[in-house]
Design a binder for this molecule. Structure first.
Ligand SMILES: [Mg+2]
Length: 228
């Protein structure tokens, strides 16, 4: 009997989590939570507390350029994407100093950096993303473990306990603690080792096509882009 269903109806929807998955590993920023107020506004307010005037559009562009520069430093390092608490603090110090390089002298920029470091350590600086929260619930309902694995630093450990849906995770892995950042294969190997499981039992859910999705697949994991 000829199949008269439209083509799009024949393929069954891919289940989530897929069969055989034991742990669903979530990226954090942009996947489960986002900064709120948005980063340029947080930077604008911290700068204003030091008497620096800056517009959010300019700050957005400067932040993006400074963030990319720090990523390039990690990619070009003798051991690419190796990290530590000191390197992560250095990243954010470097970003803040670059963003305000033309706007304030070094001691003032350093105070803005300290202000912003504290700001983003506060659970109140973040808000949940609905799609991510739904996927966390689906993972739990399916009997899978929920894990956080983020290019963040030790501040994430304190934030995660006080913020939905991060507080649903049984394990929190921050790059500064693992010693590796995504997209390094060693980041994914370190998570496997801590969980005591193999790549085929893991799926990463993330918002970054390169750092999350492509990197996880290169490590032999399944991956789901949060926008799909
Ligand atoms: Mg992200």
């Amino acid at each position: 009997m000829p199949n008269t269903l439209p083509l799009g109806s024949i393929s069954p929807a891919v289940p989530f989590p897929p069969p055989g998955i034991r742990w669903v590993v979530f990226d954090v920023v942009g996947t489960l939570v986002e900064p709120w107020p948005a980063v340029p506004i947080a930077y604008q307010r911290a700068a204003a507390r030091e008497g620096i005037e800056a517009g959010p559009d300019d700050l957005r562009q400067r932040f993006a350029a400074a963030w990319r520069r720090q990523e390039l430093i990690d990619a070009a390092a003798p051991i690419p994407f190796a990290t530590s608490r000191a390197r992560e603090a250095g990243r954010w110090r470097g970003i803040v100093h670059e963003v305000f390089a033309d706007a304030a002298p070094e001691p003032v920029r350093e105070r803005v950096f300290a202000d912003l470091w504290q700001h983003f350590a506060d659970p109140a600086a973040w808000r949940p993303l609905e799609r991510g929260r739904a996927l966390v619930q689906e993972a739990i309902a399916a009997g899978c473990g929920v894990v956080l694995a983020s290019n963040f630093d030790e501040r994430l450990l304190a934030i995660a306990g006080h913020l939905e849906p991060l507080c649903r995770a049984s394990h929190v892995f921050a790059s500064s603690e693992l010693g590796w950042r995504k997209p390094a294969p060693a980041f994914f190997r370190a998570v496997e080792s801590r969980l005591g499981c193999t790549a085929d039992q893991l799926i990463l859910v993330g918002d970054d096509p390169r750092l999350d999705v492509a990197a996880a697949r290169a490590a032999g994991w399944q991956a789901l882009a949060i926008g799909e």
